[in-house]
Design a protein around this ligand. Structure first.
Ligand code: NAD
Length: 433
């Protein structure tokens, strides 16, 4: 087995979040600050709580991942980032109404000290927001230069050894891949020619991050870091990138239930998923352009898991529908209903109903923490380009054109843990004893 050389995790790790004033980002930051002073439980976080089996089951070696994998210490993280509204993260978190004031007050000073840098924003890409804290009008090339300068300044002022950039900003409208995305040279020409319709703000952030040697994590479903141009840049700069769209609520359930149906060879006729949510994300997704991006991301999972081409008699004619409804009274407390029409022996119909009363940002925050720590680990391991081993965290795992994404949560989990085993020089497990 090829040995992975891992650079030391010492020194400060800068975490710059695009959309730092959003519900996900503020919940992630507040939680991390609380956990690191022993005032919170990091439930949902693999890096903080999960163990990893090393060797055979009867060897009884189940250390915690964080005790054997060289991850950055939570105490070494420095948070910062951009937003298009100027509130500091304490004020933003109060407005998001995810965490209670009494919980935010425990880490109030730390949250108040994080003041967003003005963002790069274009209303053509997020139509429901009217950002007021934005960089002066510029060309796409100028925007990338200013973002790069932000990253360099942040790194210097906070004496960071390394920086990770994470997108937790609003979902941009659906655009398809075009020739300007096909190679780095075409993309850079488009930047120079200010082709604003094909270069989204999120691509400017990703380009800037990778150019500054910072891993980039794409938390929303819009087209961004998976375009060939940015993957080429990531490989050239030896920077890991991953995405996209955090797998938190309904899709998490889907990627557990669908493999169960397939494993038992139960048929599926239809899957109707609907949600109500009332946070700012819900408001943005109320715009058909942004919803289309989310819909594509949410729809892709079932076919890849069930393989209708191999099992036409069970999965050849599935009706799959996803709806998201903006309903302000629920705020961040999303409710997701699934009605699943399945068929059993001799084609007899049955139904499964799932009602998940979840909390969007409470589910997303631990994923953010894991992704930041694992992306930093990947950088120190010398991994570059798309990190498919982090598919576990995403609804639409980015992948090479000639490969198929893996959606089954438990297969993703095995890939994640085997990559960690490889990193620490332990044999990977492909058997169960
Ligand atoms: N919470 C979940 O379970 C979940 C799951 C998957 C994906 N996501 C995605 O994560 C993202 C964040 O979700 P949220 O609930 O925190 O939304 P939010 O609306 O509360 O936060 C988004 C933040 O991004 C800011 N923003 C928008 N465009 C920006 C730009 N160009 N530059 C800088 N800042 C910008 C907004 O001002 C806002 O503060 C959304 O795209 C959402 O679809 C969330």
């Amino acid at each position: 087995m090829e040995k992975v050389e891992v650079k030391d995790a010492g020194g400060k790790l800068g975490v710059m979040i695009v959309g730092v004033g959003g519900a996900v980002a503020s919940t992630f930051i507040a939680g991390t600050l609380a956990v690191r002073i022993g005032k919170g439980l990091a439930a949902g976080s693999i890096t903080q709580l999960a163990t990893i089996r090393l060797g055979k089951r009867n060897a009884n070696r189940f250390p915690k991942i964080k005790d054997v994998v060289p991850l950055a210490d939570l105490g070494d993280i420095v948070f910062g980032g951009w937003d298009i509204f100027e509130e500091n993260v304490y004020e933003a978190a109060l407005h998001a109404e995810v965490l209670k004031k009494e919980d935010l007050d425990i880490v109030r000073d730390g949250l108040e000290s994080i003041v967003p840098i003005p963002g790069v924003f274009d209303r053509e890409f997020v139509r429901r927001l009217n950002g007021t804290h934005v960089k002066p009008q510029g060309t796409r090339r100028e925007y990338t230069e200013r973002l790069r300068a932000d990253i360099r300044r942040f790194r210097k002022e906070n004496k960071c050894d390394r920086v990770v950039v994470m997108w937790a900003a609003s979902t941009e409208v659906y655009i398809s891949q075009s020739e300007e995305h096909a190679s780095l040279s075409a993309f850079e020409r488009a930047l120079d020619n200010d082709l604003a319709a094909v270069i989204s703000p999120s691509m400017c952030y990703a380009y800037a991050a990778i150019s500054e040697g910072a891993p980039f994590i794409m938390g929303a479903p819009n087209l961004c870091v998976e375009i060939p141009a940015l993957v080429e840049l990531a490989k050239m700069e030896r920077v890991p990138v991953c995405g996209k769209d955090y797998k938190t609520g309904q899709t998490l359930i889907k990627t557990v239930i669908a493999p169960m149906l397939k494993t038992r060879m139960l048929g599926l006729d239809g899957w109707f998923s609907t949600n109500i949510l009332g946070n700012r994300d819900g408001e943005v997704l109320d715009d058909p352009g942004s919803f289309r991006t989310k819909e594509v991301s949410k729809l892709s999972v079932i076919d890849t898991i069930l393989q209708p081409q191999i099992y036409p008699e069970l999965y050849g004619n599935i009706y799959h529908k996803v709806r998201i409804n903006y309903y302000p009274p629920r705020k961040d407390n999303k409710e997701g209903w699934d009605n699943i029409d399945i068929t059993g022996w001799l084609g007899y119909p049955m139904q499964l109903k799932i009602d998940f009363l979840c909390r969007d940002s409470i589910l997303a925050a631990p994923l953010c923490l894991d992704l930041v720590l694992f992306s930093d680990l990947a950088l120190r391991c010398g991994f570059s380009g798309m990190q498919t081993w982090l598919s576990f965290y995403f609804k639409s795992p980015i992948h090479d054109e000639d490969s198929v994404p893996e959606h089954d949560l438990f297969i993703q989990h095995t890939i994640l843990k085997n990559t960690l085993r490889r990193i620490i020089g332990e044999p990977t497990l492909d058997y169960l004893d």
